[in-house]
Design a protein around this ligand. Structure first.
Ligand code: 1CP
Length: 347
C-alpha cells in the first residue's frame, strides 16, 4: 500500500497532508552535531552506520512523514573520483574547477562499484523506518552540479557557468550530459535499494532567465526524469527562486514540483501542469516566529496547497542552522491537525 507521502506526491487522495523538511537532518539537531564531531561531512556520507543514524534522527524527533537520505549532491562526484571537499560553513569546494574540453573529457564516470555503501545505507534505513514512512532519495540536477564544477565552489553570480553556457554551448552540453548519467545512476541506486521516491535539486536554476533555462538546461533535466520513469515512483523537482521558471520546470517530467517561499501557492498551482502535485513552501525563517504567527502561516499554506491535485507540506528551502529543534515537530502536528480539518470540511 502506498504511504500518505507517496499518495500526495502523485495526486492521489489522502486523509491528511504529509510533511517533511528539506535539511531536516543536520545542524539544527544536537544529536546530529554530537554524532558528526570529528568526522568530515563527506566521510559521514560514505559511512552506512552514520548515514542510517543521521537519516533516522529527524524521523524520531519530529515525526515527519518521510525520511530524506543523508548525503550530498556532490557525493556521486566524489565517489567517481573527482577531487571535492565540503568545507564547514562554506559548502562543496573542487580541487580543480572545470573550464576546458579536456577537463570535461577527463571527468570520471560513476559506476555501481563506486557506491556499494549507498546501497548498504539505504537498506539499513529502510529496515529501521516505520512502514508508513518512506525514504526519499535524491541527486543534484545537472545544472546545479555543473555550477559547482565550473565555479569551483559556491557562487554568488554563477558567472563562469553562464559564460560557458552561452560562449561554449557544445562544451556545456557535453558536461551536463555526463552529469545527467551520473545523477541518474545515483538516484537509480537509491530507489533500487529501497527508496520510495526521489527529489531532484536544481538549487541554482533560479539564477537563469526562462529562455536560457529552456534552451540549455531543461532538455537535460527532462532526460534525467525520463531516464528514471521506469522506476515508477513519485518524483519532486525543486529549485530556489524559481517562481519565473515554474512552468518550464514543471515540464521536466516529475510527479510533483517544489515551490520556494517566494511564490504564493495559489499562483504556484496555476504555473505547474494540471495533474501535478505541489510541495512547499513555508519560509524557514518563520520557524523562529511566535507560535500564533507561525500557526497562521501554516493554515494559509495548507488551505492553498490542498487546492492542488496533491500536496506535500515542506519548507520553501532548508531548515536553518539555529532552528529550535522542538519547532519542526510542532509544525508536523499542526499541519496534520489543520489538514484533517480542511479535508473534512471539503468532504
Ligand atoms: O559541515 C556540515 O555539517 C555540512 C553541512 C551540510 C549538510 C548537512 C552540507 C554541505 N550538505 C548537507 C546535507 C545535504 N545536502 C542533504 C541532506 C538531507 C537533508 O535534507 O536533511 C541534502 C538533500 C543536500 C543537498 C544539497 N547540497 C543541495 C541541494 C539542497 C539545497 O540546499 O538547495 C546543495 C545546493 C548542496 C551543496 C551544499 N552542501 C553543503 C552546503 C553547505 C551546500 C550549499 C553551499 C552553497 O551555498 O553553494
Amino acid at each position: 500500500m502506498a504511504t500518505t507521502f507517496e499518495r500526495a506526491a502523485t495526486g492521489r487522495p489522502v486523509s491528511r497532508t504529509p510533511v517533511w523538511f528539506m535539511r531536516q537532518a543536520g545542524r539544527s539537531l544536537p544529536e546530529y552535531l554530537k554524532l558528526r564531531e570529528g568526522t568530515s561531512m563527506l566521510e559521514s556520507c560514505r559511512r552506512p552506520d552514520m548515514v542510517t543514524e543521521i537519516t533516522m534522527q529527524p524521523v524520531r524527533r519530529h515525526g515527519v512523514d518521510a525520511a530524506i537520505f543523508f548525503s550530498d549532491i556532490v557525493v556521486p562526484l566524489q565517489a567517481a573520483g573527482v577531487g571535492v571537499e565540503i568545507k564547514p560553513g562554506v559548502g562543496p569546494v573542487m580541487d580543480q574547477p572545470i573550464c576546458r574540453a579536456e577537463d570535461i573529457d577527463a571527468l570520471p564516470e560513476l559506476t555501481p562499484d563506486d557506491i556499494p555503501d549507498i546501497v548498504e545505507s539505504v537498506r539499513g534505513i529502510v529496515e529501521q523506518l516505520p512502514e508508513d514512512t518512506p525514504l526519499i532519495g535524491f541527486a543534484g540536477a545537472p545544472f546545479t552540479l555543473a555550477s559547482y564544477l565550473i565555479e569551483g565552489g559556491p557562487s554568488k553570480n554563477h558567472e563562469k557557468t553562464k559564460a560557458m553556457m552561452v560562449g561554449a554551448p557544445e562544451l556545456f552540453d557535453r558536461l551536463l550530459s555526463k552529469l545527467d548519467v551520473m545523477s541518474e545512476l545515483f538516484i537509480r541506486t537509491q530507489v533500487e535499494a529501497g527508496a520510495s521516491a526521489f527529489q531532484v535539486f536544481d538549487s541554482w536554476a533560479g539564477y537563469l532567465c526562462e529562455e536560457d533555462y529552456r534552451r540549455y538546461v531543461l532538455p537535460h533535466t527532462q532526460r534525467l526524469f525520463s531516464g528514471l520513469s521506469d522506476l515508477d515512483v513519485p518524483s519532486i523537482h525543486f529549485g530556489v527562486q524559481t517562481g519565473e521558471l515554474l512552468t518550464a520546470m514543471s515540464e521536466a517530467g516529475s510527479t510533483a514540483v517544489g515551490v520556494d517561499f517566494r511564490v504564493d501557492l495559489a499562483e504556484g498551482i496555476k504555473r505547474i501542469q494540471p495533474h501535478q502535485a505541489l510541495q512547499g513552501n513555508l519560509d524557514p525563517a518563520m520557524l523562529f516566529a511566535p507560535w500564533e504567527a507561525l500557526q497562521e502561516r501554516i493554515e494559509s499554506i495548507v488551505r492553498k496547497g490542498l487546492e492542488a491535485p496533491g500536496f506535500v507540506f515542506n519548507l520553501g528551502h532548508g531548515v536553518l542552522p539555529n532552528t529550535d529543534p522542538e519547532v519542526p515537530g510542532r509544525v508536523v502536528r499542526e499541519v496534520h491537525r489543520i489538514s484533517e480539518q480542511v479535508l473534512a470540511e471539503k468532504a
